[in-house]
Write a protein that binds this ligand. Structure first.
Ligand code: FAD
Length: 390
């Protein structure tokens, strides 16, 4: 039987031997530690805390950052890592993306030297876990101008008031990066908020139908006091927040590739094993047509994110580059998981076949880090010179 491999153009083979070795470690970890437990934790909406030390041993947190104990690898490798994780379990890749990308990335890009020294080494070793609080109950797509969470400085302390919704990892994270509007200069500022802060409350969002393993929280901050030393010293406006999002949005496009690849590979395997009318269903023309459509989409997505990461590594990536990949890859991912689920027939809705989880999780990846519409408008503004936002 032919090998089941969604990397049809062998893009993974272009990685250097060292990078290959990192990727192989991630692949082994996902197959041996995560795949056997993924559906059970997803079903119970619990996070497997026991995997954190094993994940830490992979030495992949803050993969692209230089210094502070971080490996200083390429964005391309980081993309492949995100794909490998999502290929098995998008919840685990989301947990990791929030910690390593959004939370560590905020400190790496917006923290002072002292703050980086204080937080990044321990976060790299995953002794401390991070979360990232930007979205609010009433402000999602419009965060750039619309944040209602406020902060005000009095002496050497800031007081934060407001709510944040959907905040991944925040039920157990040691720190959460909170973005709030300064009542004095009206600019958005970032804060490292510790979990034991008396004014900080994180409640789990229950009954989610996607990425159930990820613990998302509704955060309420009432007179939450944070010292000036824990304000991100180089976050002076929403532009700085946007720098973090540009970096992580590329990662979400890679996650979409991973989710699509996992679904395609599961469907291909299933069609080769499942027999109807006396032969494997993979032998039917209509089934092959669906598989090839999926593979075409998957290959286009992979080559797109590959180039996106090269732009990132070359320092020429723009918001619209990242947004186009997020839009295109999440749309194609949705189509792939839909076709994959079709090929499983009735079994496609049973959790034990994995595919139902991929279908559900794709819906969250489709919406977070900017919806299709918002990312389309970012690209639309760039190619037409006309902003649809105002
Ligand atoms: P809304 O902004 O209310 O949008 C609703 C609909 O209106 C969408 O279709 C949208 O595209 C459309 N729309 C809005 N404005 C326009 C416009 N101008 N033109 C056309 N259409 C428009 N946030 C965090 O800060 N931290 C996290 O860790 C985090 N994790 C998440 C995890 C999950 C599972 C999910 C689902 C979300 C998470 N988010 C997180 C929030 C996420 O980024 C937001 O859900 C997303 O940005 C969309 O915001 P919204 O849900 O409020 O939708």
């Amino acid at each position: 039987k032919p090998e089941i491999n969604g990397d049809f153009y062998s893009l993974g083979q272009t990685l250097a031997p060292d990078d290959h070795e990192v990727l192989q470690r991630v692949r082994d970890f996902m197959e041996t530690e995560i795949r056997p437990i993924a559906n059970d934790y997803w079903n119970r909406a619990k996070f497997p805390m026991e995997i954190i030390p094993k994940m830490a041993a992979l030495n992949i947190s803050g993969l692209t950052y230089h210094g502070y104990g971080c490996p200083g690898k390429s964005a391309l490798l980081e993309g492949f890592v995100a794909m490998e994780m999502a290929r098995v379990d998008a919840s685990i890749s989301t947990f990791f993306g929030v910690h390593s990308g959004l939370a560590m990335g905020s400190i790496y890009l917006c923290g002072s030297e002292e703050q980086k020294q204080e937080w990044l080494p321990r976060m790299q070793r995953m002794e401390l876990i991070g979360a990232f609080g930007l979205t609010e109950p009433e402000v999602g797509s419009a965060v750039a101008g619309g944040l209602t969470t406020t902060c005000r400085r009095v002496g050497d302390e800031w007081t934060i008031n407001g709510q944040k919704k959907w905040i991944g990892n925040a039920t157990f994270s040691d720190i959460t990066i909170i973005w709030a509007r300064d009542l004095d200069d009206q600019q958005v500022k970032g804060f490292i908020v510790r979990k034991d802060n008396p004014g900080f409350k994180a409640e789990k969002l229950e009954d989610k139908m996607a990425l159930r393993t990820v613990q998302n929280a509704l955060i309420t901050m009432t007179g939450c006091r944070v010292s000036e030393a824990d304000r991100l010293q180089n976050a002076n406006s929403f532009k700085d927040t946007a720098n973090v999002l540009r970096m992580t949005r590329a990662g979400v496009a890679w996650q979409a590739v991973g989710c699509g690849r996992g679904a395609y590979e599961a469907a291909l395997k299933y069609t080769m094993e499942r027999r109807q009318f006396g032969r494997p269903i993979a032998g039917f023309q209509l089934v092959q047509d669906l598989l090839v459509t999926m593979l075409g989409d998957l290959t286009a997505m992979q080559t797109m994110v590959y180039r996106l990461s090269q732009l990132q590594d070359g320092g020429t990536i723009t918001d619209e580059h990242a947004s186009l990949a997020k839009v295109f890859c999440t749309l194609r991912m949705r189509s792939i998981v839909d076709h994959a689920r079709e090929l499983f027939g009735g079994n496609g809705i049973l959790l034990q076949y994995d595919i139902a989880r991929f279908v559900a999780d794709a819906e969250a990846i489709y919406s977070y880090e900017g919806t299709k519409e918002i990312n389309s408008l970012i690209v639309g503004r760039a190619i037409t010179g006309e902003s649809a936002f105002v």
